[in-house]
Design a protein around this ligand. Structure first.
Ligand code: GRF
Length: 216
């Protein structure tokens, strides 16, 4: 069966992108990374993608008069590479409503909190300030409303006494790197159904341990 072609959008470090690239190296992985697009030329992830031999495009948002025209350029790039799934991975550009509508049901994001708690930015600090004992990461479909699309999967980590935003971010990031490739696999295997704003994952029982990942 043809592999699902994934386009990854990044703005920075690209460690989730790297986790997807690494997963896709396995011969039996049902998705392949068709291209990486960054709005930031200096993003470290761009160099990582190039070194991995992935087709890479830099589309600076400042070159466009408005968000939608930037979004249309990104979309055209993805189409050129035959992309069937868009994975946002630290893409720090809020999109116009046009983009998530264009890719509806075929665009996902990873966010470093247990949504709907702590949308937006600086979310690890938000979690620490709120005094929560558990945080984690969420993979969700992208809709025009920021960080509010249907949730596909989550992984939890404890928030420990003495945690800083950085130590918590590092603990969450380890789970992001496990979760995102797994969700892309589920999508590529056609196991994810979206109905009335809720996601069902077929055969989730076998993957249940992924959802709870407490570290001592
Ligand atoms: C991750 O924490 C992700 O959840 C958030 O942005 C960060 C990107 O990190 N959306 P990286 O670029 O994948 O290393």
């Amino acid at each position: 069966m043809a592999k699902l072609r994934v386009g990854i959008l990044i703005s920075g470090r690209g460690s989730n992108m790297a986790a997807l690239i690494a997963a896709a190296h396995a011969p039996d992985y049902p998705a392949e990374i068709a291209c990486v697009v960054s709005n930031v030329a200096a993003a470290a992830g761009v160099a990582t993608a190039r070194a991995a031999g992935i087709a890479t495009a830099v589309i600076p948002h400042g070159d466009f008069p408005d968000r939608e025209r930037f979004d249309r350029a990104v979309s055209a790039e993805l189409e050129q590479h035959g992309v069937g799934l868009v994975a946002l991975a630290g893409f720090l550009r809020i999109q116009s409503a046009w983009f998530p509508q264009r890719w509806a049901g075929r665009i996902i994001n990873i966010h470093p909190s247990l949504l709907p708690a702590f949308p937006g930015l600086r979310v690890q600090q938000q979690a620490i300030d709120a005094g929560v004992r558990v945080s984690g990461c969420t993979v969700h479909f992208v809709t025009p409303e920021l960080d509010a699309g249907p949730i596909i999967a989550q992984a939890a980590v404890p928030v420990l006494a003495g945690d800083t935003a950085d130590t918590l971010a590092a603990r969450i990031l380890r789970q992001e790197h496990r979760l995102y490739p797994r969700v892309v696999r589920w999508l590529a295997e056609g196991r994810i159904a979206l109905s009335e704003g809720k996601v069902e994952v077929a055969g989730l029982a076998a993957d249940a341990t992924l959802l709870f990942s407490p570290e001592p």
